[in-house]
Design a protein around this ligand. Structure first.
Ligand SMILES: [Zn+2]
Length: 165
């Protein structure tokens, strides 16, 4: 299981479920990202790639995210994530996934509940690995217009992932 937790709740996902959750979220984040923090959050999503990090060894806690150093920054960051979830729930670009994402709506609704309940803190210094500004996802795949970052400079998840059709 990969665990995404926060606000006293958790989203426990299988390896396949994790791929679905991260992919539908990344499609939305790629469409909305404009501030530096947004690209750091996108990089956090790319780190959830189990093909690189190992199966069943990804996940994050909302409390470990560096939401911002001021109240206004933290509110803006949280709003960005909520807007991304809302966009994902509208099935944004799901037709490009090449599969019908099972249970994606349930995952997103649960994540939405976690983020809505969250009182964001500045998680800097917890050592939990929220990507720094230098590590933000600066590359956008020209073919798919999806953000990518290390370890995938060569392309976005649609470029690099072998996909059974
Ligand atoms: Zn691509």
């Amino acid at each position: 299981m990969n665990v995404f937790s926060g606000s006293g709740q958790s989203l426990d996902l299988s390896n396949g479920g994790t791929e679905v959750f991260i992919e539908v979220l990344m499609l939305a984040v790629s469409g909305l990202a404009e501030a530096e923090w947004d690209y750091r959050f996108a990089a956090l999503l790319t780190l959830q790639d189990q093909n690189v990090m190992g199966r069943g060894s990804v996940g994050f806690d909302l409390q470990d995210i560096a939401w911002g150093t001021s109240t206004a920054e933290r509110a803006r960051s949280k709003d960005f994530v909520l807007r991304s979830i809302t966009l994902a729930l509208s099935r944004h670009r799901w037709s490009e996934l090449g599969y019908d994402p099972p249970f994606a709506r349930d995952y997103l609704l649960q994540f939405q509940s976690m983020v809505e309940s969250l009182v964001p803190i500045d998680g800097t210094g917890t050592g939990a690995g929220f990507p720094s500004p230098e590590e933000r996802a600066v590359a956008s795949c020209a073919h798919h217009r999806i953000l990518s970052a290390l370890p995938h400079w060569e392309g976005c998840f649609l470029c690099v992932r072998p996909r059974a059709s």
